[in-house]
Design a protein around this ligand. Structure first.
Ligand code: MG
Ligand code: ZN
Length: 360
């Protein structure tokens, strides 16, 4: 009986690994993590993903991720996190108070995984569809008591060592209370600073920064292929240095559309983020040493799917709040060590695990 059971399980395991992706990435647990692409859908709960999936005829690129898990999102001082505490948890592995950037709850600055990657000589990058000084990207390079201190956050870009950034937020660098021009300061520090990536060919020389809007970028339906193109540019440019890279990509405006309770807006932003996910997964598949982890800082809107149709690609949605909710958020992973992101974990556990694979 035992032998038969063993055989049964052996066949199950073999069958589970029969597909190509599993052979290449999942079953190859010894495969080294050289590059990390960490993708955060701001406000992207499970229902946001599923609404996008349904509107897309039943499939998304995110489904190519071979492993899934769940993260608890509460902050140090609130059951419902904001993006500053959520970003800090994902960037540094510290629960902090809502509103705080890159500091623990005692207001002590904490190092982010991007800063550790920078110190270790890896190439580092940030891509967002809001201003690059906004809470989520800021949590990876800045340390401020309040997320609203955009100009102070912009100033920290200069000392951060971030090799590549694309997003909005030009005004925070150039139209400031202190009259300083941080785009010029960055140029003096060897950065190529541009205001559009439309005509930029990959790879660019590092360090490089693109401030493509005065504030946030326009919404997905008015943004064209900005996000997937920025991710392609980031990956090719960071990879060209050959030292391994850490890249954070934010699908920033899923959250805004959730706050606005716009079904169409949420779907547009999720599909846009999913196109960027395709760029990351295509690279990871070719490269073999790239870990892709996709998650959210929190859910926004209390979005509930009431009805829908794969045939018509339609969803009927009800929102329960104009704010954030406390629900757990999904984690999707692909590439070496991706099996370590299954199960239920604290959001702070995600960067800890990534750090351990990189040897920090
Ligand atoms: Mg954000
Ligand atoms: Zn929000």
């Amino acid at each position: 009986m035992k032998k038969i059971l063993f055989l049964f399980f052996a066949i199950l395991i073999l069958a589970g690994c029969a597909n190509k992706q599993c052979d290449k990435d999942v079953c190859n647990k010894s495969s080294k993590v050289k590059n990390v692409i960490f993708m955060i859908g701001d406000g992207m709960g499970l229902n946001q993903v599923y609404a996008g999936m349904t509107a897309n005829g039943g499939h998304l690129n995110i489904e190519r991720c071979t492993h899934t898990g769940l993260a608890k999102t509460y902050s140090a001082n609130s059951y419902i996190t904001d993006s500053a505490a959520g970003g800090t948890a994902l960037a540094s592995g510290n629960k902090t108070n809502n509103g705080m950037i890159g500091m623990n709850a005692d207001s002590v600055a904490v190092k982010s995984i991007l800063e550790m990657a920078e110190e270790a000589g890896m190439a580092t990058g940030l891509v967002a569809t809001v201003r690059i000084t906004h809470a989520t990207p800021a949590a990876f390079y800045a340390h401020q008591i309040n997320r609203g201190m955009y100009e102070e956050i912009a100033a920290e870009m200069l000392t951060s060592g971030v090799d590549f950034f694309v997003g909005g937020g030009r005004n925070n660098f150039e139209v400031r209370k202190d009259s300083l021009n941080y785009s010029d300061s960055l140029r003096n520090a060897n950065y190529d600073i541009v205001y559009s990536i439309d005509l930029i060919e990959a790879p660019v020389l590092l360090p490089f920064g693109a401030l493509c809007a005065d504030g946030d970028m326009p919404k997905a339906s008015e943004r064209g292929d900005f996000l997937p193109k920025a991710v392609d540019l980031a990956i090719k440019s960071l990879d060209a240095r050959g030292e391994g890279f850490f890249l954070m990509v934010e699908g920033s405006q899923i959250d805004y559309q959730g706050h606005g309770n716009s079904t169409e807006g949420v779907i547009d932003e999720v599909l846009d983020f999913d196109r960027a996910i395709k760029v990351a997964l295509d690279f990871a598949e070719r490269n073999g040493n790239t870990l892709v982890v996709i998650t959210a800082d929190h859910e926004t809107g209390g979005m509930t799917i009431m009805n829908g149709s794969y045939v018509d690609s339609t969803v009927v949605v009800q929102f329960n709040t104009g704010g954030h909710t406390g629900t757990m958020v999904p984690i999707y992973s692909y590439g070496p060590q991706c099996a370590k992101f299954t199960g239920i974990m604290e959001n702070t556990e995600i960067p800890f695990r990534i750090k351990s694979f990189l040897g920090f």
